[in-house]
Design a protein around this ligand. Sequence first.
Ligand SMILES: [Ca+2]
Length: 265
Amino acid sequence: MNKTLLAATLITLTILAITATAYILQQGTTQNNTTQSQYTYEIINTYPHDPTAFTEGLVIQDGTLYEGTGLYGESRLQKTQLETGNITQTIALPNQYFGEGITIINNKITQLTWLEHIGFVYEKTSFQTLKNFTYPGEGWGITNDGQRLIMSNGTAMLTFLDPQTLQPTGTIQVHDSTGPVPLLNELEYIKGDVYANIFGEKRIAIININTGQVKAWVNLNGLQDPNESNPDNVLNGIAYDPNGDRLFVTGKRWTQLFEIKLIPS
Ligand SMILES: [Ca+2]
């Protein structure tokens, strides 16, 4: 290699090193800028919750609470008066099904099962079963954005389903600045975002449903129920009432349903 070529090579390598360093620094800045917002909470109201309900799905519509519950031999779909906690309607799943998330779209309730790969669609008022459908993988939480059903399966993936055909139309991976966020559980679509319980954790992810990016974390540490002495009775269940902009959370076999307000922290 002659001296001119050596000099040119060294200059090129120096430029590459400076460019790479600048790129790494910029990526670091970008990562810092996408760190999630943090929320804590304030309790607005407390309502009674059925302490036998192993909450897997929670929806509120027109002041009535709809709940899907789990466990083999105990799974059901029920309707409850918010203020009193009185159960006004219930339908049991056959013993071989472990009920999971529920959502309401077009006056129909869809309920998933955990390991059975089968979902049930009911008429909202009568709870009459309209049809069944199947899906691969596990069923955990479900919600909808008015156009699509959105379901979780215990991983970091959310699956979109056509509400008419109940066929999958796409998936998205949920992630925050540390990587994929697995164990997405009960879901609720709220004003353009999806809120997700994380199994076994006292926090809720607020997810940009177009990108899968976690926009914010809601820290619910301190929200407690006497029935949490049983470690199975974890926080699970998010419901949103657009009439009054009310947000509700509860847990499996909790005695209380909390209306909370999010506070930036
Ligand atoms: Ca929900």
